[in-house]
Design a protein around this ligand. Structure first.
Ligand SMILES: *Cc1c(COP(=O)(O)O)cnc(C)c1O
Length: 401
């Protein structure tokens, strides 16, 4: 049996350091708002390439707190619109509606599954305050067109980086100094004027980003955990206060906050795991490359089908392969076949947010590309502890389907 994700095996590879970290915090007698969190925040901010990191309780809270901070600052108010991909995990949408803001759905690009940048401008109105982009499955979603729209309409750009810890946006510049990006769109008329420049991490591309350290994410702790990253000093201060009852000084409350903190044990665990994230992501990349080069079946659509050459030395950094997602028209049949042969697969995700009972009012809307993706996707096992034998067996089974 090949499990979809063997968390115990992953965490065993960090032993005895994980047990040591837990014991150290246990023995310290200090469990919240201490130096473990402070040290992790500093390392993670440096890793992402931003000034501030604020540890919070989970990824959903990270996104909720960013929006709440903009409301607190008076830059957003109830009913304002946030552009968001229709094709995302529901947490992205929950963060918006929880703040009484209005998500405005944009269909994905069928090749990358990320938001289609060319469909955003037509959805912008006077009430549009921001774009919440999602680097889905671990692939950078930033694109020159998004940069252009953010500037033109003076929008706040928020990243949901829950699935893409460690990914890069391979920004390029044109001669006049404006920023542009490469990656998903080969029709970009500026493509041949672009000069390569320093890659930047996802999570450092907009005004603020939400991160998740849910155990199954590329950088996972042993419970719930999350973080906000930003270069904005004022925003960072407000978010830090909002996550701690709205207080910067004990018993002095400046805002109506909530309690959403990363605890010392989770921070100590993340300090052990962060230094290996790059190596683990590289292993993920190698597995994804092997899958793409060896899976060959007329009924299976691979992630690289868009021919954007995800594995050239430059573009490969834009994807950290949180999930390896294939598409097939008869998904149930393929999933049953793999199950019978001892391969566990999952579906990310079976029902899009606008079709969920939680959002009854939107159930009649139709986003056809999103719905097609939800009907066809299947995630294969992919993790740093998957063995070469496992990978070869999965490829063999798929090719003989
Ligand atoms: C996991 C995830 C979240 C939420 O993170 P939690 O830590 O589980 O709250 C948000 N957005 C996306 C895209 C995710 O995959």
């Amino acid at each position: 049996m090949i499990n979809f994700l063997d968390l115990k095996a992953i965490n065993d590879t960090f032993e005895p350091d994980l047990s040591g970290a837990i014991k150290r915090v246990l023995d310290s007698g200090w469990y919240l708002l201490g130096h473990e969190v402070k040290e992790f925040e500093e390392s993670y901010a440096a890793f992402i390439g931003v000034k501030h990191c604020i540890g919070v309780a989970n990824g959903l809270d990270a996104l909720r707190l960013i929006l709440k901070a903009y409301i607190t600052k008076g830059e957003m108010e109830e009913g304002d619109e946030i552009i968001v991909p229709a094709n995302t995990y529901i947490a992205t949408i929950l963060a918006i509606t929880d703040n009484r803001l209005a998500p405005v759905f944009v269909e994905p690009d069928i090749l990358s599954y990320n938001i289609n940048p060319w469909l955003i401008e037509e959805r912008i109105t006077k009430r549009t305050k921001g774009i919440m982009m999602v680097h889905l499955y671990g692939q950078n979603a930033m694109n020159p067109e998004i940069g252009r729209l953010v500037k033109k309409y003076n929008l706040i750009l928020i990243e949901d980086n829950a699935q893409a810890a460690g990914a890069f946006y391979l920004e390029q510049k044109v001669k006049d100094g404006n920023s542009f990006g490469v990656i998903s769109n080969t029709n970009d008329p500026n493509q041949n004027k672009l000069q390569p420049c320093r890659p930047r991490r996802t999570g450092s591309l907009g005004n603020a980003a939400g991160h998740s350290f849910y155990p199954g994410k590329n950088l996972g702790c042993l419970g719930d955990g999350g973080a906000v990253t930003t270069n904005d000093d004022e925003l960072a201060n407000i978010i830090r206060a909002l996550a701690n009852y709205g207080s910067n000084t004990k018993y002095i409350n400046d805002y109506q906050g909530l309690n959403s903190r990363l605890d010392e044990i989770q921070a100590a665990i993340l300090k052990v795991k962060l230094p290996r994230l790059e190596t683990d992501n590289e292993r993920r990349r190698n597995i994804a490359k092997y899958y793409c080069e060896h899976i060959e079946h007329p009924d299976i659509i691979l992630p690289d089908s868009n021919n954007i050459k995800l594995f050239t030395s430059q573009t490969s950094l834009s994807h950290v392969w949180h999930l390896f997602v294939i598409r097939t028209s008869n998904r149930n049949k393929l999933q049953a076949y793999l199950t019978q042969n001892g391969i566990q697969t999952l579906i990310h995700y079976p029902i899009p947010p606008h079709k969920q009972r939680a959002y009854k009012n939107w159930n009649d809307l139709s986003y056809l590309v999103t719905e097609q993706i939800h009907a066809e996707v299947l995630s294969l096992p992919l993790s740093p502890v998957l063995s070469d034998n496992d990978i070869e067996r999965i490829v063999y089974l798929l090719n003989n389907y």
